[in-house]
Design a protein around this ligand. Structure first.
Ligand SMILES: Nc1ncnc2c1ncn2[C@@H]1O[C@H](COP(=O)(O)OP(=O)(O)OP(=O)(O)O)[C@@H](O)[C@H]1O
Length: 308
């Protein structure tokens, strides 16, 4: 469990993280989202003691990171996979890391296997591709078999097979009861991987809720229906705030009524429905709406460009 209270970081006059409170719970994948410069990395760095909060505090399983006597066994961290520039082999690099915590060769071999690095384990890390570097970073995070994992952009640079592998891995780690905090700019990936989302913008929390709640609350729900008598259905459910927009082949999209209300009304009237689908839009749609005011570096489309 990660717990932040009033967590604040200022760099000179710039407030990178502005008094945030949040809890990351075990047994779930929690996604950490926000535009560039929102404060995600700064927050993650404070969680693992690489940056000192200006005020407030953050603990992992009740203690600040630095107060854990064997941090690798408590928290696995992937912050900047590119940071490993070494002439050592992947195997030796992991062995050296593990040595500080009494982690043995067997475990090093295990994480090499788990991350698919067997064929390159004897090669110099300095020559690794971005994807191999990410896998090595994840192997290092898993080394101490920690109960908490903090992974900043773990799928960055991975091919589709690698992206799917990370998804399965982190879901499996959460299912084992671990605490997983994960950042990514890939919304479709986040939608498939995370249970809970914390969305941050300009150093403040914009949302902290289950993924499905954020999507349905932000986008609203449209219900697609198909029936043989759309007029009858419209008469049954029509009313204040309900709109029915007709589509070909007896289909319609309805806003302002839930699938339950539509299904119950149709069933009570004996009107068969051939389709009843809740369309909630994508996480990307919700994210764009939520962070519209928090984006610092926005590209303008040609029609928005000021006239010269
Ligand atoms: N060492 C530093 N010195 C001064 N300002 C910093 C420092 N580190 C971060 N900042 C500033 O703090 C703010 C938050 O940065 P941070 O890297 O935490 O954002 P982020 O959400 O991780 O962004 P990205 O998605 O681009 O990685 C930014 O405005 C950044 O310029």
């Amino acid at each position: 469990m990660i717990n932040a209270r009033g967590l604040t970081k200022r760099y000179g006059s710039r407030t990178a993280v502005d008094g945030i409170d949040f809890t990351v719970e075990p047994g779930k994948v929690t996604g950490f989202l926000g535009p560039n410069g929102a404060g995600k990395s700064t927050t993650m760095r404070m969680i693992v003691g690489l940056d000192r909060p200006t005020s407030g505090a953050v603990t992992i399983n009740g203690r600040p990171y630095r107060e854990h006597s064997a941090p690798l066994r408590e928290v696995g961290v992937l912050l900047d996979a590119k940071a490993v520039h070494t002439g050592r082999s992947a195997y030796k690099h992991l062995l050296a890391m593990g040595a500080t915590h009494g982690i043995r060769k067997e475990r090093v071999r295990e994480v090499i296997g788990l991350t698919g690095l067997e064929s390159v384990a004897g090669k110099r890390v300095g020559g690794f591709s971005l994807g191999m570097g990410q896998r090595l970073g994840i192997a290092a995070a898993l080394l101490g078999d920690p109960a908490t994992l903090i992974l900043d952009e773990p799928v960055n640079g991975l091919d589709p097979e690698g992206v799917r592998w990370v998804r399965t891995l982190v879901r499996g780690l959460a299912a084992e009861g671990r605490t997983v905090l994960l950042s990514s700019h890939l919304m479709s990936e986040m939608a498939q991987t995370a249970d809970q989302l914390i969305v941050i913008g300009r150093g403040r929390i914009i949302e902290d809720a289950p993924v499905e709640d954020i999507i349905s609350r932000t986008n609203g729900t449209t219900v697609r229906v198909r029936t043989r008598d759309l007029d009858a259905l419209t008469a049954l459910i029509g009313g204040d705030g309900v709109t029915v927009s007709r589509q070909p082949a007896g289909a319609a999209q309805i806003t302002g009524a839930t699938p339950e209300q539509i299904g119950d009304a149709a069933a009570a009237a004996g009107l068969p429905l051939y389709e009843l689908t809740a369309l909630t839009g994508s996480l990307e749609d919700a994210y764009m709406t939520l962070t519209a005011d928090a984006v610092e570096y926005r590209s303008t489309s040609p029609e928005e460009e000021p006239a010269r």
